[in-house]
Write a protein that binds this ligand. Sequence first.
Ligand code: F6R
Length: 240
Amino acid sequence: MEIIVVKNYEEMSKAGNEVIKNVVLENPQAILGLATGSTPIGIYKNMIADFKNGLVSYKTIKTVNLDEYIGLDASNEQSYVSFMSDVLFNHIDIDKSNTFLPNGKAEDPSVECDRYTSVLKTMPQDIQLLGLGSNGHIAFNEPMTAFETTTHVVDLTESTISDNARFFDSIEKVPTKAITMGIKNIMDAKKILIVASGENKADAIYQMVKGEVNINCPASILQNHENVTVIIDEAAASKL
Ligand code: F6R
């Protein structure tokens, strides 16, 4: 693991954007694995700024996202498909037909999981961007998820539901299930970039970097991937 500690969220976002930009400049047909949540928003802002300044084009890249809630319409502003449009896709020159997320409204979610795993097989991520849950989750792979999992349906834990309630009018409106890439799908990415900011991530960062590789901290599996860059701010690094 390459660990880069920067001063704050703003610096983390700039450094994260540089890593992704280099992948796109090297390969304009790159497949980017993207994440939702609040941490990557600053990276997406930098990607948009670079596009607007003519420094990079996303016209021929493809994207695959980590996860989607079950039960929200694509038009629901809390669905991850609308989140991605709002924070990134609507502001760059990407062809939206090249952007892929699990379909949270599929009639049979388990069939949808198999479909998404097939999509990932044909489109292996050149780089996968990850945020980190305060309990060490990556995507919606909560503690105790087997490392061999591919795309699957998850019951969100109470801690994840309450972490995510800030995006909804009330905690009752937070969906309780989601479709998520499995840990195996994440580990199959050629390169992984994981970003974290703030003191509430410090324990999870410690377990991820210095703890045993163990399903109690799903992110600890990243120690076994040969090309991982960790970009964290000083607060998230404070327990290392
Ligand atoms: C997002 C995702 C989640 C988040 C994690 C951190 O697609 O799969 O694992 O990356 O919950 O969320 P934030 O960035 O909001 O702290």
